[in-house]
Each structure stands twice: as C-alpha cells, then as structure tokens.
Ligand binder design. Structure first.
Ligand SMILES: CC(C)(COP(=O)(O)OP(=O)(O)OC[C@H]1O[C@@H](n2cnc3c(N)ncnc32)[C@H](O)[C@@H]1OP(=O)(O)O)[C@@H](O)C(=O)NCCC(=O)NCCS
Length: 188
C-alpha cells in the first residue's frame, strides 16, 4: 500500500491501459476483492472464475510525480466465441468514484480494445443501478436477468461509439475532472 492520502492530494491524471506489470495485476485482483466480495458481497471468499485465465485485464492507475502509482479501477474483457466479446468485473475504488470518469474511460478502453481485435458484438451483464450510466455511454438494454442474487441487465455496446484501439498496453492518459475551487477561510 502506498503512503499517499488521496483525501488531500488531488491526483491530476490517470493512466488507462492494459495491465502488464505483476503489481498492476495484483492491484486489480485486490480491488475486485474489495468491491465485489467485501463491499457488494456478491461473492463469498473470492470472485475469481474460469474467465480470468483468458481475459485481458485493464486498469486505471493513479499517478504521482507523473509515474503510475496505484490501481484505482479495473475491468476485464474476453472473447467468448469469435467476434463475441464480454466485459465484466468493472470496479472503481470507492475513493475515486465520480471524480474523474474512470468508469467511463475503462468502458471506453474495454470496448475499443475489443473492436480493435475484430469484435462484432460486445456485451456485459450490468448491475441494475448502473444501467443509466451505460445507456449514457451508447449501450442498449437487451434483457433483465438475475445474477449472483442481484438484478442485472444484459446490455450491448454500440461499436460505432468506440473506435478501435490497437495498442491497449499503451492506453491513454485521462485528466482529473476540474474541481470547483472552494473559498479559503484564513484565520488571522
Ligand atoms: C459503476 C462504477 C464503475 C462507475 O465508476 P465511476 O468512475 O464512479 O463513474 P464515472 O465517473 O466514469 O461516471 C461517468 C458519468 O456517469 C455518471 N454515473 C456514474 N455512475 C452512474 C450510475 N450508476 N447511474 C447514472 N449515472 C452514473 C457519473 O456521474 C458521470 O457523469 P458525468 O459524465 O456527467 O460527470 C463505480 O461506481 C463502481 O465501481 N461501483 C461499484 C462496483 C460496480 O457497481 N461495478 C459495476 C458493475 S456493472
């Protein structure tokens, strides 16, 4: 665990890219555990499954002094059959939600990476409370389903909104959302 207190330090930018270094994979696994096992209690013990063996893991990395610092978001993608891709296990660290559109940027890299690998259909089982987020991002609702004891929706991405990305390891940098300056009270 690093020593940066993100409640006082505003991270200026994030790398969104395919995980490559062991610490990135370990950070993604730990984040998934925090979110899907500890927080949401969708799984007991662990959230690993057979898909992990074939999936590509994507990560959002906070930065410090321009260097990648900590895994603060993740999602995985896999090709279930030729051209048919799925995204799953989308998670943003609770300290970073609604701060810099990390969920949106991870979805962008996920679908665009698949598009660059010959995807014709990209699907995800989306938790019911997140359907409006995906609809805003050009996904269509196909069917409501119950999964892991919670309401989900199978949704399909409109690939026209996600131009192919050929090199997900390079990924891209996304900047923090501009914060509204707070008035400073000075005690004399
Ligand atoms: C869902 C999740 C990944 C979203 O990540 P995030 O980084 O907080 O979301 P973003 O900031 O990228 O959201 C993009 C936009 O959608 C909005 N949005 C986010 N979640 C939303 C929701 N559930 N419903 C409607 N709008 C939502 C944001 O306010 C933002 O709006 P803006 O562009 O006007 O600023 C995150 O909340 C999370 O990890 N939740 C717990 C795990 C989870 O639910 N995983 C998803 C399984 S499907």
């Amino acid at each position: 665990m690093n020593a940066i207190d993100h409640s006082v330090f505003l991270c200026p930018g994030y790398f969104i890219r395919a995980a490559s270094a062991p610490w990135e994979h370990a950070g993604a696994a730990a984040l998934r555990h925090r979110v899907f096992v500890d927080e949401q209690k969708l799984f007991e013990g662990h959230d690993r499954d057979a898909i992990d063996a074939d999936a590509t893991t994507l990560v959002a990395l906070s930065t410090y002094a321009h260097e990648a610092d900590e895994v603060v978001g993740t999602v995985r993608i896999h090709e279930a059959e030729p051209g048919l891709w799925w995204g799953s296990r989308l998670a943003v660290d609770s300290r970073f939600r609604h701060t810099s559109r990390l969920g949106k940027e991870l979805i962008r890299l996920a679908v665009s990476t698949a598009n660059g690998r010959g995807c014709h259909t990209f699907l995800a089982h989306v938790q019911a409370q997140n359907v409006p987020l995906f609809q805003k991002l050009h996904w269509a609702l196909e069917e409501e389903v119950d999964l892991h004891g919670a309401p989900h929706a199978r949704m399909q991405a409109d690939l026209r909104a996600y131009p192919p990305i050929a090199d997900p390891e390079a990924g891209f940098l996304t900047l923090a959302k501009r914060q509204t300056p707070q008035p400073v009270t000075v005690a004399w």
